[in-house]
Design a protein. Structure first.
Length: 423
């Protein structure tokens, strides 16, 4: 099933699309150049920089031929004027193969496609930078950051009709369906319709929905098609590897499984939320928790940092907040890291350090937590004897998802039968 990835807030996207649509209407004939550029409004939605030469209005060839008293010399001068305008244009973007600024046909396509703003729209790198610089000033003035949201397994979960269990069929009844869903099947909606269900009044992300096909990187997600400065972008997603180039912007979400098929896909054999006719807690669930986190980051970014607002970087705020989670903890791993793997290369070691913990390979009086799968290891027994916390690896992972230190008693370690015990 095709699902959208990453709706994003960008005020310039809507303003820019509206302006381009007006320009297209004024120059719909293939032989007619686009009309004179409109001045930038107070919201900064202009599509041409102040330093760019203002476009001249040029009459078409047919009108020139019909004008009384026209001469071949006058026609030649007019053609030269058209050529001069085209030569001076930097071609900031195009619709198809036509520059949206001067109307010239372009032999080569360059830049990045922004089909989610307007079908066929491409912008070159300089124009993308200009729009981002314009929009960041406006967004910061409004005290807004950019938020990129993944859909499936983050905000919602999907399934197919033939994958539903008997215990889930109640969801097809009118009383258990979302409003207007039965006008078409919820399980056959495309990503734009899913976005409409999430935001029916278009108050949050409206039509700013980016699909996999809009991306420029194969099997990866990127911010190159987002008209927002990376220093002000936060990403919510359940898949860390999808954002290889933007991990510093990422808030990793615990994968949301509602349907049985989703649980099965990822190796879970437990009863699904849908089969239990329940859902995650609204006041204490993952979305409620991440909302609190976003509010904290917003407050720190806009109200607790010194210096120029434009120079601030939300990625640094994210790192600072993350390092507070396990601050003051010293962690030793017991039989978690394979002997042939350097300890500091293990993902749990790295995760604990990113959360602010100090990691060690040896126990001493300063150690606060021993992380193990078996309570029978030497280090596990030492932790119990010394009255240190003995916790399951899930304790570190839960802290990473919840962005706060979790109660140790919720992550107990039991002893397993084994003939050979190692540290």
């Amino acid at each position: 099933m095709s699902l959208a990835e990453s709706p994003v807030y960008s005020s310039s996207s809507d303003d820019f699309a509206g302006l381009l649509e007006r320009e297209l209407e004024s120059g719909s004939s293939e032989s007619s150049p686009v009309e004179e550029d409109k001045e930038a409004d107070d919201n900064g939605s202009d599509v041409e920089s102040e330093s760019r030469i203002k476009r001249r209005k040029v009459e078409n060839v047919e009108n020139l031929e019909e004008t009384s008293g026209s001469t071949s010399q006058g026609f030649s001068e007019q053609k030269s004027e058209v050529s001069a305008v085209e030569d001076m244009c930097a071609h900031p973007g195009s619709f198809g193969d036509m520059c949206f600024l001067c109307g010239q046909r372009l032999n080569e396509q360059s830049g990045v496609t922004f089909g989610y703003i307007h079908k066929g729209l491409r912008l070159n790198n300089d124009e993308i930078d200009r729009l981002r610089n314009t929009d960041i000033k406006k967004s910061l003035h409004r005290k807004k950051l950019y938020l990129v949201l993944d859909l499936d397994h983050t905000l919602l979960n999907s399934t197919q009709l033939n994958h539903m269990t008997a215990e889930e069929e109640y969801l097809m009844s009118p009383t258990d369906s979302l409003p207007d869903v039965l006008k078409g099947s919820l399980f056959r909606l495309d990503f734009m319709q899913m976005a409409k269900l999430l935001d029916p009044k278009k108050e949050y992300f409206g039509d700013r929905v980016i699909s996999r096909d809009d991306g420029t990187l194969k099997n990866q997600k990127g911010l190159d098609i987002v008209l927002g400065q990376e220093s002000a972008v936060l990403i919510l997603d359940d898949t860390e590897n999808a954002w290889a180039k933007h991990k510093d912007n990422l808030i990793l979400m615990e994968r949301y499984h509602f349907f049985r098929s989703s649980c099965h896909q990822f190796g879970f054999t437990c009863e699904s939320l849908s089969e239990m006719k329940t859902d995650e807690s609204e006041p204490e669930g993952a979305l409620a928790n991440v909302l609190d986190l976003l509010k904290r980051i917003h407050k720190i970014f806009f109200y607790e940092l010194g210096g120029n607002l434009i120079d601030r970087d939300v990625r640094q705020v994210l790192k600072t907040v993350r390092k507070e989670v396990l601050k003051g903890c010293k962690v030793v791993f017991s039989r978690i890291i394979p002997s042939k793997v350097p300890a500091d290369n293990h993902h749990l070691w790295k995760m604990a350090e990113q959360l602010g913990a100090i990691c060690s390979t040896e126990v001493d009086s300063s150690v606060t937590h021993v992380v193990a799968l078996d309570a029978g290891t030497e280090k596990s027994r030492w932790a119990v004897k010394q009255k240190k916390f003995l916790v399951h690896p899930g304790w570190v992972e839960a802290a990473n998802y919840m962005w706060r230190k979790q109660p140790e008693e919720k992550f107990p370690v039991t002893e397993t039968k084994s003939k050979t015990q190692t540290p």
